[in-house]
Design a protein around this ligand. Structure first.
Ligand SMILES: [Zn+2]
Length: 372
């Protein structure tokens, strides 16, 4: 049963929350003094109005050019813009390559251009907010030197962008916010226009929304790999970058990786890595796999990979897996493996350039020809 006092409080809270609709193009609500029953009905109406107001704000940010521009500007201002020419040229290249690749599986990628930039944040992170506004932290470029791996991260973001994950997540969060604050307004009657406005704007480009849902994460991972497979990037980089995350987590460098990309409620990096390996195994026609730094072809050990540069042997092994998966997918395994300029080739597909600690190219090529 309703008590008049608390209901009145709720009603007033609703009215004041709804009033902010002015700033979001909704008119101020009609406020009527009414009987208890009428007030109860009124609250229902206001709640619906508030929901529609939120939907409208999300639509604005997610689907209009003006909204996209507002978010892009706001986040450039908030996170800073890194102008490093090398990093920016790399990101331009990655975006162009991935959009071209993605268009082959999802032509809607060309419906609206992405707006993207490199932020001045030093942590390893990237995000795609509403309206296809994408940000990659400069820390990502500093901590990851491989363009293929950065492309794998950006491909994941594009997966979020193509499926409107940020808008979907924000709708859910804001609905929860309404339920918590409006239904609970008897306890907390301070909800007002400011609170809701800041909730909408704060959530508008919150990466944790885009990365906060396991289902969405898995979908973004799957799509990112699909886009990568339509580019010249090494698709094994998707698994390799997850291996890098696994090692960073073990090395307690987790603080360098913001939870946006690797949130604690996220599928674990090793599970995501293994999911990519499984997909590459399928892509190769079930010929090639890798685990613990060992690449296997047709269930036989092909190579135990040595570490090189800033990559562990395990991380490098996924690049070799990626190259082999592409070669098998193209049927190049029917051709003789050769050594060209020190690189092991299968047909015209490079497989591995041996590093110090690896076996020499001729030993590797001999084994490849024997087991492929
Ligand atoms: Zn994500």
């Amino acid at each position: 049963m309703f008590k008049f006092g608390s209901l009145k409080k709720k009603f007033l809270a609703m009215a004041s929350a709804a009033a902010l609709g002015l700033s979001l193009t909704f008119g101020a609500p009609a406020v009527a003094s009414a009987s208890l029953l009428e007030e109860a009905i009124m609250i229902g109406v206001q709640g619906a109005a508030l929901s529609s107001q939120i939907n409208s704000a999300i639509k604005h940010y997610n689907t209009t050019e003006a909204g996209q521009q507002e978010l892009y500007g706001a986040f450039r201002e908030k996170y800073g813009v890194n102008e490093d020419p090398t990093y920016n040229a790399m990101l331009d290249r990655i975006m162009a390559n991935l959009i071209k690749g993605a268009a082959q599986v999802d032509p809607t990628v060309n419906d609206k251009p992405y707006k993207y930039f490199i932020s001045n944040q030093e942590t390893l992170n990237a995000g795609c907010g509403m309206g296809r506004v994408m940000m990659v932290n400069v820390g990502t470029f500093k901590l990851i030197s491989s363009e293929d791996e950065i492309a794998a991260i950006v491909g994941h973001e594009m997966g979020h962008g193509q499926k409107d994950h940020a808008a979907k997540g924000q709708k859910k969060l804001l609905q929860k916010y309404i339920i918590a604050n409006v239904a609970g307004a008897a306890v907390n009657s301070t909800i007002g226009g400011g609170a809701l406005t800041s909730a909408i704007t704060q959530i508008a480009f919150n990466h944790s929304v885009a990365h906060g849902d396991r289902k969405q994460e898995t979908e973004a991972d799957t799509l990112g790999l699909e886009y990568m497979l339509k580019t010249n990037y090494n698709p094994g980089a998707c698994a390799a970058v997850m291996q890098k995350f696994v090692e960073m987590e073990k090395g307690k460098k987790r603080s360098a990786m913001e939870k946006f990309f690797v949130p604690s409620d996220h599928p674990d990096s090793d599970k995501r890595r293994d999911a990519y390996v499984k997909k590459l195994y399928e892509y190769s026609g079930k010929h090639v796999t890798a685990a613990n730094g060992v690449v296997k072809i047709n269930d036989k050990n092909f190579i135990t990979v040595a570490p090189s540069g800033n990559m562990s042997g395990a991380e490098r092994s996924y690049f070799i897996l990626g190259n082999l998966a592409v070669a098998y997918h193209k049927g190049l395994n029917k051709q003789e493996a050769t050594v060209q300029n020190g690189i092991v080739m299968l047909g015209n597909q490079p497989i591995i350039e041996p590093a110090e600690g690896d076996e020499d190219a001729y030993t590797i090529v001999e084994r490849l020809n024997a087991i492929k």
